[in-house]
Design a protein around this ligand. Structure first.
Ligand code: NAG
Length: 142
């Protein structure tokens, strides 16, 4: 017959559990700010998946990653929650709209040279901001 020993956690175990919970909470709520532009079809081929049409989510919410988040290609397939926080023109943001986009491409110059964080598909851009705008400031998180 096996016996299970229940011991109270040691101070070190308590500390590491607290740290783990803290780090997880921090991760879940951590959001960064950056800028988002938009791009038009043709969207193929992409730097991540070439000519594979199935790479685009059915929602058409996807984006190309700028240098800041490209991560040497490791960003391919990452999903970010994105919302518009401000823009040069007042009332550009559609309040209360957050989208989840999938990274499928790498921003090519010149947008990348301007430090654009991500370039959204037309559908993605138009869902969170006035589609006639050129760019917006966004809050984003994994
Ligand atoms: C979008 O922006 C354009 C240009 O500023 C403006 O004329 C138009 O009314 C805006 N559309 C909406 C839905 O706010």
């Amino acid at each position: 017959m096996s016996k299970i020993y229940h011991q109270p956690p040691s101070p070190l175990q308590r500390l590491s559990l607290s740290l783990f919970v803290f780090v997880e909470l921090f991760h879940l709520t951590r959001a960064d700010v950056g800028t988002a532009a938009q791009y038009s079809p043709p969207y193929l081929p992409t730097a991540c998946y070439g000519n594979d049409q199935s790479q685009f989510p059915a929602s058409n919410l996807f984006a190309a990653a700028g240098e800041g988040i490209w991560d040497n290609g490791a960003s391919c397939g990452r999903q970010y929650l994105v919302r518009c926080i401000s823009a040069t023109t007042p009332n550009t943001c559609i309040q209360g709209q957050t989208i989840q986009i999938r990274i499928v491409d790498h921003v090519t110059k010149p947008a990348s040279a301007d430090g654009t964080t991500m370039v959204l598909s037309e559908t993605a851009f138009g869902t969170i901001a006035n589609a006639t705008a050129a760019s917006m400031n966004v809050e984003f998180q994994l």
